[in-house]
Design a protein around this ligand. Structure first.
Ligand code: SF4
Ligand code: SF4
Ligand code: SF4
Length: 294
């Protein structure tokens, strides 16, 4: 923690960065996102098992313009990012939303986070993405802190659920998701927390023509969740924030992860892993298979 605070204070004092997007402890088992611009406030920054939010959602063109552009130059924006959050940053760079040169990535050797605030950190309360995490070290960073530690052992219930769903008939699977989506209250928290949901005007907000019913109605709920899943396919980096934010406990991970499995299986593509690779949906390869899953 001391290293993180000293590093960010120094960068702010030297004027190398305009601000740090990071975490602040608000109670024993809860943190909240903060944007630090005053070097004296760097002492509040933390990184631990309660740093749940994916802060990449704050990396927008508008924020970089507002915080980092001065009359003469553009300063960097620093962000503290778990290795999985670095995937979101990479995806945003791949999609030309931000530039690598504008971002100072401070990351950590990560051994996992809890599934929700207020939970003890152990195998029963591990965030599901941590159970299958393949990148406890960040793929890209400018500064890294923390020692490597073991992640608590836990079973991959999400994958077991996906396999269970795949063994169902189309009708049974349709009924399952219809039942889940029925609870959607159209709060759009899933959209608000997603770093890759950055469209300035979402299709669901368009009224002429109205493609998706705005009220919390079965037909519109289904359209919203399916349209979002397709829009995020081969783009979702699996941060799990949408599911964590959903007040209706809809298992959005089942959809997102299933789409990610398919992108990997059919096109050997995993979102947000390489700055050198074009996005799957933004590139064309003659050798791509025409077979799609059913
Ligand atoms: S998925 Fe991996 S990098 Fe992300 S919080 Fe869990 S252990 Fe850390
Ligand atoms: S769709 Fe959900 S899991 Fe995927 S990047 Fe967005 S918030 Fe993260
Ligand atoms: S967060 Fe959950 S309830 Fe809210 S719009 Fe998204 S799926 Fe629906």
């Amino acid at each position: 923690m001391k290293d993180l605070r000293e590093h960010t204070r120094e960068l702010l004092e030297k004027g190398e960065i305009a601000a740090v997007i990071g975490y602040r402890q608000v109670s024993e088992m809860r943190t909240k996102p903060v944007i630090v611009t005053d070097p004296a406030d760097a002492e509040h920054l933390v990184f631990n098992e309660y740093c749940l939010n994916n802060l990449a959602v704050y990396l927008t063109k508008a924020r970089i313009k507002a915080l980092c552009r001065t009359k003469d130059k553009t300063l960097k924006l620093a962000i503290t990012a778990k290795p999985c959050d670095v995937h979101s940053i990479v995806a945003l760079i791949q999609e030309n939303q931000i530039h690598r040169k504008d971002i100072h990535i401070i990351s950590f050797n990560c051994h996992g986070v809890v599934k929700d605030f207020g939970c003890e950190f152990n195998g029963d309360n591990l965030a599901s993405k941590c159970i299958t995490c393949e990148t406890h070290k960040p793929l890209y960073f400018d500064k890294i802190f923390g020692e490597e530690k073991e992640t608590p052992k836990a079973s991959d219930q999400a994958l077991a659920r996906i396999q269970e769903l795949e063994s169902m008939t189309h009708k049974e699977r349709f009924e399952f998701f219809k039942g889940e989506f029925d609870r959607c209250i159209k709060c759009y928290a899933c959209r608000a927390v997603c770093p890759l949901c950055y469209c300035q005007r979402c299709i669901t907000d368009k009224a002429i023509p109205r493609w998706i019913e705005s009220s919390s109605h079965q037909r519109g709920n289904f359209s919203w969740n399916i349209v979002r899943a397709f829009h995020l396919s081969a783009r979702c980096t699996g941060c799990g924030e949408c599911e964590r934010a959903c007040p209706a406990d809809i298992p959005l991970t089942l959809l997102n992860r299933r789409m990610a499995i398919e992108a990997k299986r059919s096109f050997s593509y995993v979102s947000g892993r390489s700055l050198e690779t074009p996005t799957l949906v933004g590139s064309f390869n003659e050798k791509d298979s025409d077979e799609l899953f059913m």
